[in-house]
Design a protein around this ligand. Structure first.
Ligand SMILES: [Zn+2]
Length: 247
């Protein structure tokens, strides 16, 4: 079968590089409608980092393995806590969950979260990297952070195994992604220099809502801003369909 995954995985070492990667893609032939969270289970985190095979070789081996199974691709990314490995481009269908290959992205956390704790060192590095990746993806695609957009692999009715591991709770993952988005994804970055701008394209009687979270389903917490008004924009999250602003 033709291989639709990348010939060579793209290794990204910071979340800004992932943001740029998404912005570089053309989604005219396929655009996802959600993301599925996985864990590798085998290899475990311990095996990935401490059994002598370097991560780039493991990624190559995974490609060979999936091709030997006759798969057309694999998941879209593997996160090992140091790198975000783009395995299948995010504008192409991957192979990761029977019911959702045609419609959703699949992201693998390196670890066996039946046994390894995703919330403590060292595996929390994988968790945090994955939270960041989901937060960036939601912002980019203009998706709300909820249990419809984000699925755990085990929620696929055509899947029997407990991926991404029994220690992973969906509520906690959603809460952490929501938190990442509400912080604007700017962990430790310096704020930009103030600059002036004018909001345009607002229809008569329309107004700007102020929300608690970067989500159109979040309730307006502080009412709205009637035009004309001035606000200080602290940060923004680039997105394909809308751009939440922190004010
Ligand atoms: Zn899975």
């Amino acid at each position: 079968m033709a291989w639709n995954g990348r010939q060579q995985a793209l290794q990204l070492t910071n979340i800004e590089a992932f943001r740029s990667y998404l912005q570089s893609l053309n989604f005219s032939s396929w655009k996802p409608s959600g993301i599925v969270l996985h864990n590798t289970a085998s290899p475990t985190y311990q095996q990935w980092w401490h059994s002598g095979t370097p991560p780039n070789q493991r990624i190559k081996n995974l490609k060979d393995y999936y091709q030997s199974l006759g798969w057309s691709a694999g998941p879209h990314a593997f996160n090992d806590g140091v790198s975000w490995w783009i395995f299948t481009d995010w504008n192409k269908k991957g192979v990761h969950s029977p019911s959702w290959n045609g419609t959703r992205l699949g992201v693998e956390m390196v670890g066996d979260f039946d046994k390894e704790n995703p919330y403590t060192d060292p595996c929390v590095k994988v968790w945090d990297a994955t939270v960041a990746m989901f937060g960036e993806a939601l912002g980019f695609f203009g998706w709300d952070c909820n249990g419809t957009i984000i699925k755990l692999h085990k929620e696929d009715p055509r899947t029997t195994h407990a991926c991404p591991g029994r220690l992973v709770t969906k509520d906690r993952f959603l809460a952490d992604v929501t938190n990442y988005i509400s912080e604007g994804g700017d962990h430790g970055q310096e704020p930009e220099e103030p600059r002036s701008g004018v909001v345009s394209g607002i229809g008569p009687g329309d107004r700007l809502n102020i929300r608690a979270l970067a989500s159109s389903s979040a309730p307006p917490i502080a009412g709205y801003i009637p035009p004309p008004s001035s606000v200080l924009i602290m940060d923004s999250i680039p997105s394909s369909s809308r751009t939440p602003l922190a004010i």
